[in-house]
Design a protein around this ligand. Structure first.
Ligand SMILES: [Zn+2]
Length: 352
């Protein structure tokens, strides 16, 4: 009941203050990020919700390609007020099925960050393999190899399997690539799950041919490493291979320049100076992170802040309008990550 009252209040406040907040923050561009799209929702965004976003953005904001924002930041033509850039991470098949037709319908451009080896069909993403293990486990409790049995995850309900994935995927973010792969393989063995070599349909990529066929004026392809490691946990040669290798292989496969990069997971702890230098060395003009809200007047073009598009409509409007940002300024609260995100709203803690 209290929650309902809070939601009603927020809706009323948003409706009254939204236009003022948009006006006050109109000079600060927003970069939004999305991940997955599916009609049954869950952690993925339903196409109807995405269409609502696009209708709201085209009505109240000025959607533009990321390249336009970068040009302006490099001294080119100034941006219009209320500029917004859309980005989508990872390069799943569901982008083609559910998001691309709506981007076409509303003529809203987007940057799609692609994991190059995933797009090439050579691997599926590690957090999806972990999810598959948790979803398909044939045991009642998932014990982590080498740890006390008391720490095993119960898997009796869908929510328990989801929680196991949440905790284990967060743990994987702190591991080096080889340690992470060993853990996932060990967990699969304990769970009596055989991991397919290719991504099952639910976790399938948009393949290179399909990416090549997208209208480049509508969808710009950016790189998102070769295998989606946490770059701060990688060795120097791994960082170079993952960053420069992904830009080069996508450039070759698509037959056009790839000039944008996105750090996997994208929190400040997930990338470092080596990753920034590698993105620059790869010939990129910019790179995006996954924290922050509105763009400040001066921002490092290789650590551009983005925020996850909220699934719930009134939260989406609040954050887009700049109300959440202004509230944080007024109360002195720092908002690197929108509060709802950590509660799982936009699939956090989710490898991004
Ligand atoms: Zn990602």
């Amino acid at each position: 009941m209290l929650e309902d009252t809070g939601l009603v209040f927020r809706r009323a406040a948003g409706a009254a203050l939204g236009p003022l907040a948009r006006w006050l923050t109109a000079g600060q561009p927003r970069i939004l990020f999305y991940h997955r799209f599916a009609p049954d929702g869950g952690r993925a965004l339903a196409p109807e919700a995405f269409e609502y976003h696009l209708a709201y953005l085209t009505r109240h904001f000025v959607p533009m390609p990321l390249s336009r924002l970068i040009e302006a930041r490099r001294g080119g033509a100034p941006l219009p007020r209320r500029a917004v850039v859309l980005t989508v991470d990872d390069g799943y098949r569901d982008f083609l099925d559910h998001a691309y037709p709506l981007l076409e319908k509303y003529a809203v451009p987007a940057t799609l960050y692609v994991v190059s080896e995933f797009a090439a069909g050579n691997l599926w993403l590690w957090f999806d393999r972990l999810r598959y293990v948790c979803e398909q486990a044939k045991v009642a409790r998932l014990a982590v190899p080498g740890e006390a049995d008391a720490t095993a995850f119960p898997l009796g309900t869908r929510a328990e399997r989801e929680r196991a994935w949440d905790v284990l995927s967060s743990r994987c973010l702190t591991l080096r690539t080889a340690e992470r792969e060993d853990l996932i393989e060990d967990l699969a063995a304990v769970a009596e799950v055989s991991l397919p070599a290719k991504a099952p349909h639910a976790f399938a990529p948009a393949g290179i041919d399909a990416l090549r066929a997208l209208d480049p004026a509508l969808v710009d392809i950016g790189a998102h490493t070769r295998s989606h490691p946490i770059l701060s946990m990688c060795s120097d040669p791994e960082v170079e291979d993952e960053v420069i290798g992904s830009v080069r292989s996508l450039t070759a496969a698509l037959g056009r320049p790839v000039t944008s990069f996105c750090y996997p997971n994208g929190r400040p702890v997930d990338f470092d100076r080596r990753a920034i230098d590698a993105a620059r060395a790869a010939g990129c003009t910019n790179a995006t992170a996954s924290t922050g809200m509105l763009l400040p007047a001066v921002a490092n073009p290789f650590a551009l802040p983005r925020f996850g598009a909220a699934h719930e409509a009134s939260t989406f409007r609040h954050e887009m309008d700049g109300l959440t940002y202004l509230q944080s300024r007024l109360t002195g609260r720092h908002v690197d990550v929108p509060a709802g995100e950590m509660a799982g709203r936009a699939a956090r803690p989710r490898p991004a």
